[in-house]
Design a protein around this ligand. Structure first.
Ligand SMILES: NC(=O)c1ccc[n+]([C@@H]2O[C@H](COP(=O)([O-])OP(=O)(O)OC[C@H]3O[C@@H](n4cnc5c(N)ncnc54)[C@H](OP(=O)(O)O)[C@@H]3O)[C@@H](O)[C@H]2O)c1
Length: 310
């Protein structure tokens, strides 16, 4: 589908280019819809070409002609490289990057989970942690995929696109879709909590080290003993690391607006449709951060549209 920026602009919106990862469904798809509705030219990316093209087609049929598809598997460096070439030849610049792609990193007995009929309050507060252990299994392989997608995947994509983001005239907006599972108060181990929260001394190498330490402990069956979160263990540390990375990046690039956001408890595939909010509501936080006005916050964490504690 051809991109024609000129004809898709709304009256007060200058021509902006955005990329959304994992956008064939769920919150990512809705973020694309909302950005495109405001006149942004959006590259909807998905790892599966057929699912991505179907998503773009459905937006096209609803009248949004300013959305193009490009394949992107955030775990595959060759796929990232291919997207970079596309951006370079088609646009040469990038204003908004929404790192949305994510996986839960666990094996779930969905029928068993439904039968437990856990109420949203217990699910979100962590009270349900012990109850779900029988139906949610954290395998080592799934943990590796989870970290490679939710943490290293964001780094891989962001680093590759930074040369284009740096060209955005009024400072690019990078939105990292996190989760309330990332919040430091949910990590029992005090040392990890402090390391990830100490922005003055945080570095990418330190964050990577914590991720590696987690994987070692998982392999050796030491998660509980060493104070890692037992509710969705890999997912929780992937998002806590993502938040820490967001802060490091924001410090490195003070002219950009780089934030992370918990979208809310949204009814999508990632939580086996236990979520209570509509995707339309879940997209509000990420879209707000994609459109932050000049002089807005950077290196911050938002719970939906509200500034929150890491
Ligand atoms: N729903 C919630 O309540 C909730 C709460 C907190 C945070 N979040 C976060 O919100 C984001 C979006 O999740 P969602 O709720 O919309 O779930 P979803 O409907 O399951 O969407 C996840 C998206 O990520 C894509 N994806 C997974 N691995 C990928 C990879 N390697 N490369 C590219 N794309 C990949 C999926 O593609 P496929 O279709 O090919 O699998 C899908 O498009 C995630 O980061 C999630 O952690 C969601």
């Amino acid at each position: 589908m051809e991109v024609n920026c000129e004809t898709t602009l709304t009256a007060n919106m200058s021509c902006k280019y955005a990329i959304v990862t994992g956008a064939n469904k769920g919150i990512g798809f809705e973020v694309v819809r909302q950005l495109a509705s405001k006149g942004v030219t959006v590259i909807l990316t998905a790892r599966n070409e057929m699912r991505g093209i179907a998503a773009v087609s459905s937006l096209f049929e609803s009248g949004l002609t300013n959305v193009v598809f490009h394949q992107l598997d955030v775990c595959d460096p060759a796929s990232v490289e291919c997207l970079v070439k596309f951006v370079k030849t088609q646009f040469g610049t990038l204003d908004i990057l929404v790192n949305n792609a994510g996986v839960s990193g666990v094996v779930v007995n969905e029928e068993g989970l439904r039968a437990l009929n856990i109420d949203p309050v217990s699910w979100l507060s962590g009270e349900a942690t012990n109850i779900v252990q029988g139906v949610i299994q954290q395998t080592y392989r799934n943990a590796e995929v989870c970290l490679d997608t939710n943490y290293y995947g964001v780094k891989r994509v962001t680093e590759a696109l930074l040369p284009f983001l740096r060209l955005s005239p009024s400072g690019a907006r990078i939105v990292n879709v996190s989760s309330l599972r990332s919040e430091l108060k949910r990590i029992p181990n005090e040392e990890t909590r402090k390391e990830l929260g100490r922005i003055e001394s945080l570095t990418e190498a330190k964050i990577d080290g914590i991720v590696e330490w987690f994987l070692r402990d998982l392999k050796q069956g030491k998660l509980e003993a060493n104070g890692w979160s037992i509710m969705l263990p890999a997912y929780s540390i992937s998002k806590a690391s993502l938040n820490a990375y967001t802060r490091v990046l924001a410090k490195t690039y003070p002219k950009m607006y780089i934030n992370c956001v918990h979208p809310g408890y949204v009814n999508t595939d990632i939580n086996w449709h236990t979520g209570t909010m509509l995707v339309k509501e879940g997209a509000r936080g990420p879209v707000m951060l994609a459109f932050l006005p000049d002089g807005g916050p950077s290196g911050s964490y938002f719970d939906q549209t509200n500034l929150a504690e890491f």
